[in-house]
Design a protein around this ligand. Structure first.
Ligand SMILES: Nc1ncnc2c1ncn2[C@@H]1O[C@H](COP(=O)(O)OP(=O)(O)OP(=O)(O)O)[C@@H](O)[C@H]1O
Ligand SMILES: [Mg+2]
Length: 306
């Protein structure tokens, strides 16, 4: 299937179920996406899932980690997730730790990263995370200069960049480097009473109209999945049928609807189906139709009482 387009822009699939819908199409080639949120909210998993998806499509991914620890732990965590594919690591996904280079020569960090991207012929660069780069930069100005240098250099190379950072979403306005990002994906992991609630918000999307506001997301053994808020999912265009009724597309239900219409002289409220609503879980099924279909199927299977 051809990738979705927005005018002259051909989006890149993120590989995160339903995230492209919330983004308004997907990632934009050559763009810089910041994934921000508190520790443990899933930034690394989300960005790696994007990386594995990109690699599976035959493209080259460079992951630069910036903590002074080997990749053993990161790989062990990723192996627990369904999108991980051992054969891609070291082949189409190159994992490099640049902590030492950043500590020894921060002024040369921009040139070093651009060189690595060129050497690896990377299409996607993942930097995890900006926080340790900030610590090593020593000042906000040095950090900002590095981001400007990378954004300009990588944009010219047409490389798509995903930068991970544990910035607090509530204090995002205090971080001027966010102004240079093309897309900002904020992850929140909060308590609602005793319940843990995860919510994702795309606060900035250059070149496309995102679905604003908070959307649910879940992390499970498959990785991250997004659950768009129900009212952001458009209803389908009405299909004229000549009798003011749109078919559900389910033969059994459509037959029942015809029977309801013939019985219109003696209306019954229980005969009127609830309007179909998009399922908040998957956004691809309709709770109204699915529920009605289930009801009619189970009713037809129910044994008759004698
Ligand atoms: N195999 C798994 N199955 C289900 N959930 C998992 C699995 N592995 C990790 N998680 C969830 O993902 C969370 C960690 O995600 P991740 O490492 O991406 O967070 P992070 O935002 O990068 O954190 P940090 O800022 O500390 O690096 C865990 O807190 C856990 O809830
Ligand atoms: Mg992480």
């Amino acid at each position: 299937m051809a990738p979705p387009r927005n005018g002259s822009i051909e989006f890149i699939e993120s590989g995160i179920p339903h995230l492209d819908f919330v983004l308004g199409g997907g990632l934009i080639p050559g763009s810089l996406t910041m994934v921000i949120g508190p520790p443990g909210c899933g930034k690394t998993i989300l960005s790696q899932q994007m990386g594995f998806h990109t690699a599976r499509r035959g493209r080259k991914v460079l992951v630069l980690t910036t903590l002074p620890e080997p990749h053993v732990k990161l790989l062990a965590n990723l192996r627990t997730l369904g999108f991980f594919e051992e054969g891609l690591v070291g082949d189409r996904i190159e994992l490099l730790n640049v902590y030492r280079q950043l500590r020894e020569d921060f002024a040369g960090a921009g040139a070093m990263i651009l060189r690595l991207v060129r050497e690896q012929r990377a299409n996607l660069l993942i930097l995890d995370s900006l926080d340790s780069v900030r610590d090593l930069a020593g000042s906000e100005i040095a950090l900002r200069e590095l981001i400007y240098e990378l954004s300009a250099g990588l944009g010219l190379l047409g490389v798509t960049v995903v930068v991970v950072s544990a910035l607090e979403p509530q204090r995002a306005a205090q971080y001027p480097e966010l102004t240079i990002a093309d897309h900002i994906i904020m992850l929140r992991s909060e308590l609602d009473g005793a319940r843990g609630v995860r919510a994702l918000e795309v606060t900035k999307m250059r070149g496309a109209a995102q679905r604003p506001g908070l959307h649910g997301y879940r992390i499970d053994a498959r990785g991250v999945s997004v659950y768009p808020r129900q009212e952001t999912v458009p209803l389908p265009a009405e299909t004229p049928t000549g009798d003011d009724r749109a078919p559900f597309g389910l033969a059994e239900l459509d037959r029942m609807m015809g029977a309801v219409r013939r019985a219109a002289a003696a209306p019954s409220s229980s005969a009127t189906p609830a309007p179909a609503r998009r399922c908040w879980r998957c956004s691809s099924c309709w709770t109204g139709t699915a529920a009605a279909s289930r009801r009619s199927t189970s009713a037809s299977r129910r044994p008759r009482s004698s």
